[in-house]
Write a protein that binds this ligand. Structure first.
Ligand code: ZN
Length: 297
């Protein structure tokens, strides 16, 4: 009888793109806003989501709260970026007593190494974003099999949107001269973006915002800006603008629109989803690089 019921349930699940109303939603915790948006797109109403590090907030230096530990204790799936992005994660998991699955969304991407540390900002390449989607899709289907076909459909649609955006981003940079492809940002968050779309990012601060840029790092960047005639400087939404302003005061150049590196913008604003954030960054970069009179053709 039980077997018959199981067959009947999976038959219903196969027939309907949306799961039956009585199917349990999966309680998911994500660590930061970019992941939360991807999970919402793939999971839809199969997921009851709690996100820890919100819009415009810096996950590198985040300090988890007791409410975070409580959310984690209730979770069925915890989804993290990995690659050393969430330095506070292991302590939080231990404090919460969570023993369920921890899905590393960046699993099986090819990491970019910075010395002996992987660069954690893998979502800044849309090809990696698609790997995040497929990892997340698999984990959600496993946790909520009754929603499997709906999750699969949503995942496919979202992947197609990311692929279309990839082409759009390539087009935005297609006509730039090789010497017009250099940009300064405050921390080293755009290495994957740069490698994927042919832009060279220079940053005084390393891959984490935890350690401040030294006077020597700043002097090196100022020198580089002068010799390579870099004109485009960018402030990131999660970092203090003063560092870039100081560099501009010494080296010149123009500060472009804010770039979204490690967090989305507030809900209802121009970079409040992964797709909108990526498009915003590509447009801001391409506008600033095209405006450089020293290198434009
Ligand atoms: Zn970062």
């Amino acid at each position: 009888m039980r077997r018959l019921l199981a067959v009947f349930i999976s038959f219903i699940a196969l027939c309907t793109a949306t799961a039956p109303a009585w199917a349990q939603r999966v309680r998911v915790v994500t660590t930061f806003s970019v992941l939360a948006d991807i999970v919402r797109n793939v999971g839809g109403d199969a997921v009851e989501l709690t996100n820890l590090v919100g819009p415009n907030a810096d996950a590198h230096v985040y300090e988890p709260t007791p409410a975070d530990a409580r959310a984690m204790a209730r979770a069925q799936v915890v989804i993290v970026n990995g690659l050393g992005f969430e330095g506070w994660l292991d302590r939080l998991i231990a404090a919460s007593g969570y023993r369920g699955e921890v899905l590393v969304a960046s699993k099986s991407i090819t990491p970019r190494m910075l010395g002996d540390h992987p660069d954690p900002h893998a979502w800044q390449n849309l090809a990696n974003g698609q790997i995040y989607v497929s990892n997340i899709q698999r984990a959600l289907i496993k946790a909520a099999p009754l929603y499997a076909s709906a999750i699969r459909q949503r995942g496919e649609r979202y992947t197609a949107a990311l692929q279309a955006l990839e082409q759009e981003v390539r087009d935005a940079f297609a006509k730039l001269a090789p010497e017009a492809r250099r940009v300064v940002t405050s921390h080293d968050a755009f290495g994957y973006f740069g490698a994927a779309y042919g832009i060279e990012f220079v940053a005084p601060q390393g891959w984490s915002t935890e350690s401040e840029a030294s006077a020597r790092d700043v002097a090196r960047i100022v020198q580089q800006i002068r010799t390579q005639r870099v004109r485009a400087l960018f402030v990131e939404n999660i970092t203090d603008a003063r560092l870039i302003k100081r560099i501009q005061a010494e080296a010149g150049g123009v500060i472009g629109a804010t770039l979204y590196s490690d967090a989305l913008s507030a809900p209802g604003t121009s970079a409040d989803t992964y797709i909108k954030m990526f498009r915003h960054n590509a447009q801001a970069l391409s506008a600033a690089l095209r405006a450089n009179p020293l290198v434009s053709r």
